[in-house]
Design a protein. Structure first.
Length: 168
């Protein structure tokens, strides 16, 4: 009986120590925090990927302010061809996050899953097209604001994959 009690006490101490080491995911309980990070990441992605051929520079400026680190390289890999095509084809692209969810939130780090709707209009002939995309965005809170520091695109093309691989 004493041996069983000693084993149980030892197990209890070990489990308590393990619980102390467990990471706490505030996304499950902090509705204000998840609303804040979700809104700011949505805004960053929408501003960085929506553009008008007549003012691509403002889109690049927004991306420069709202993206950090690896995300800037990833953005340039994706947006590079657009800088050439947009003026040639007179494109206007609007990206809207139709849904998002915070999958992890821990102090100044978060991960947000976004479902995006993209509408492209070629103004030369007023032709429009659309598409959907899914992205996982890593975010870091810097200077009181959530900024995207990593992007994982789902369903990217082979060319995009090759360019994005250079950012690792």
């Amino acid at each position: 009986m004493v041996v069983v009690a000693a084993v149980l006490v030892g197990l209890g101490v070990w489990l308590q120590a393990q619980a102390g080491n467990a990471r706490y995911n505030r996304a499950l309980v902090d509705s204000g925090g998840t609303t804040e990070v979700s809104g700011q990441v949505r805004e960053a992605v929408e501003k960085a990927f929506s553009y008008n051929f007549a003012d691509v520079a403002s889109t690049e400026k927004a991306a420069n302010e709202l993206l950090l680190g690896k995300a800037k390289c990833q953005y340039n890999a994706i947006f590079g061809p657009v800088k050439t095509l947009a003026p040639e084809q007179k494109l206007v692209v609007t990206v809207k996050a139709v849904s998002s969810g915070v999958t992890s939130l821990d102090n100044d780090r978060a991960t947000v899953l976004l479902f995006l709707d993209q509408v492209t209009t070629r103004t030369t002939d007023n032709q429009s097209g659309g598409g959907i995309a899914m992205m996982r965005a890593g975010a870091h809170k810097a200077d009181g604001r959530w900024k995207v520091d990593n992007m994982e695109m789902f369903g990217q093309t082979g060319d995009q994959s090759t360019e994005l691989a250079k950012c690792n």
